[in-house]
Design a protein around this ligand. Structure first.
Ligand code: UDP
Ligand code: MG
Length: 153
């Protein structure tokens, strides 16, 4: 099964939306393979957001990602990267479609609730950046036969 990586951002912790966001992924049928709280620092954020370090908004983004600890998680499922990105919605919450996490829970481009890996390649890099191998668990949910057809597994 494919794995993807998410961060529940400080906006989610502050606005008490952790349960709502995680519940969506569990109800969808994704398996939580790893989850923990951590305080991000400038070093890890510069690597995680390397594609944005030269943008005007980067200093504000950096600060906003360190306001509280975050919750990081690895989600597992068929096509997990694409499924989680589509559940996440457009970057700016005001433009994100209703029914998506950002569309339903946010009003901001920056304070947009969640990070989700944008490709299987980046998911692998991000999982390795934020998790030790022993923090990711390979177990089978009893719901698996009701979640997928045999030829989807
Ligand atoms: N961001 C921002 N202003 C922008 C673009 C991005 O504050 O104009 C922030 C926002 O929090 C976003 C993060 O930078 O989630 C990473 O940007 P990216 O383009 O990778 O968007 P994402 O993949 O999160 O949708
Ligand atoms: Mg991105």
């Amino acid at each position: 099964m494919e794995q993807t990586f998410i961060i529940l951002k400080p906006s989610t912790i502050t606005r008490a939306l952790v349960g709502d966001v995680l519940t969506r992924f569990q109800r969808k049928g994704l398996r939580i393979a790893g989850i923990k709280m951590m305080q991000l620092d400038e070093d890890i954020l510069r690597r995680h957001y390397a594609h944005l370090v030269d943008r005007d908004f980067f200093p504000d983004l950096l600060k906003s990602m360190m306001v509280t600890p975050v919750i990081v998680a690895v989600l597992s499922g068929k096509d997990a990267v694409a499924v989680v990105r589509s559940m996440t919605g457009a970057t700016n919450c005001r433009k994100a479609a209703p029914g998506t996490i950002r569309g339903d829970f946010g009003m901001s481009g920056q304070e947009n609730i969640i990070h989700a890996s944008d490709s299987p390649e980046n998911a692998a890099i991000e999982i390795e950046r934020f998790f030790k191998p022993e923090e990711i668990f390979d177990y089978t949910l009893l719901t698996l036969p009701a979640t997928y057809a045999p030829d989807e597994l």
